[in-house]
Design a protein around this ligand. Structure first.
Ligand code: ADP
Ligand code: MG
Length: 224
C-alpha cells in the first residue's frame, strides 16, 4: 500500500528578531493508512510543529505534505478549512473543552460548521460518545468530569466528523497512570476497529508502546 501521509523534505523556520529557529529541518516521513505512529523527542524538538502542519493549522517553509494524494500546500483556504473540519481530528494534552458547554455540546461543536440537520448531528454525537464509552456523561460539564473522562469527550469531538486521521499531542500527559492506560486502550481500539490513522506525540515509553512504531525528533530532525 502506498503512503497515506507523505512528509517530504519539510522544514519550518521561525524568526525571532535576527534569530532563525529551525523547528523542522528537512523532515521526511511516510505514514500508511491505518498506521498508529508515536512521535517522541525532547521539548522543543518540533513535535507539535509537525502535528500542526499535518493538521493544516501551520504551514511549512519548504517541502511538501501530501495526504491521501492531495497536497496540503496547494489547497485553497476553503479546502484547508474542509480538511481541518472533516479530514482530521486533534486531541490535546489539556483536552481544550469549552467549560460552559456539556459533554454532548462539546462533541457537537465541529458539526455546527457542516451542513447537517439537528437529527443528523444527534446521530453523529451519540455514535462518537458510544465509540469512546462515555454516553452517560453527555450532560455533564467538563468541571464535573475526571481528566480521563474529559479526554474521552475530547476524543469523541475529534472523531465526530468521521475524520480518518487523528493527531494527538501528549494525550496522556495530564493523566494519572490508570487513566493513561484507559485512554491508550481507547486510541488503540479506534485505530484497530475504526480505521483511524493516528499520529501521537508522547514523552512516555509506555504510551508509545501502543503504537505500531515510534519515530524520534531531535532539534527538528528525525533521528531514526
Ligand atoms: N510560533 C512560533 N514562533 C517562534 N518559535 C516557535 C513557534 N512555535 C514553535 N517555535 C519554536 O520551534 C521549536 C519547536 O517547537 P515545538 O514544535 O513546539 O516543539 P515540541 O512540541 O517538540 O516541544 C522550539 O524551539 C519552539 O520554541
Ligand atoms: Mg509540543
Amino acid at each position: 500500500m502506498g503512503s497515506f501521509i507523505e512528509i517530504n523534505d519539510v522544514s519550518r523556520l521561525y524568526y525571532q528578531g535576527d534569530n532563525e529557529i529551525k523547528a523542522l529541518d528537512h523532515v521526511s516521513v511516510n505514514i500508511t493508512k491505518g498506521e498508529f505512529v508515536a512521535l517522541m523527542g525532547p521539548s522543543g524538538s518540533g513535535k507539535t510543529t509537525l502535528l500542526n502542519i499535518i493538521a493544516g493549522i501551520d504551514k511549512q517553509t519548504s517541502g511538501r505534505v501530501t495526504v491521501d494524494g492531495r497536497e496540503l500546500g496547494a489547497m485553497t483556504e476553503a479546502e484547508l478549512t474542509t480538511w481541518r473540519t472533516r479530514g482530521m481530528g486533534y486531541v490535546f494534552q489539556f483536552y481544550n473543552l469549552i467549560p460552559v458547554l456539556t459533554g454532548y455540546e462539546n462533541v457537537e461543536l465541529p458539526l455546527l460548521m457542516l451542513p447537517m440537520s439537528k437529527a443528523e448531528r444527534h446521530d453523529h454525537v451519540m455514535a462518537a460518545l458510544e465509540a469512546v464509552g462515555i454516553v452517560e456523561y453527555s450532560t455533564h460539564f467538563p468541571r464535573q468530569l475526571s481528566g480521563g473522562q474529559e479526554q474521552r469527550i475530547a476524543i469523541a469531538r475529534a472523531i465526530v466528523t468521521d475524520a480518518t486521521i487523528l493527531v494527538a499531542d501528549e494525550p496522556t500527559g495530564n493523566l494519572d497512570a490508570e487513566s493513561e492506560i484507559e485512554i491508550m486502550e481507547l486510541l488503540k481500539e479506534l485505530n484497530k476497529n475504526h480505521d483511524k490513522t493516528i499520529i501521537m506525540v508522547t514523552h512516555d515509553a509506555s504510551a508509545a508502546a501502543y503504537a505500531d512504531r515510534t519515530t524520534k525528533l531531535e532539534k527538528g530532525r528525525l533521528t531514526n
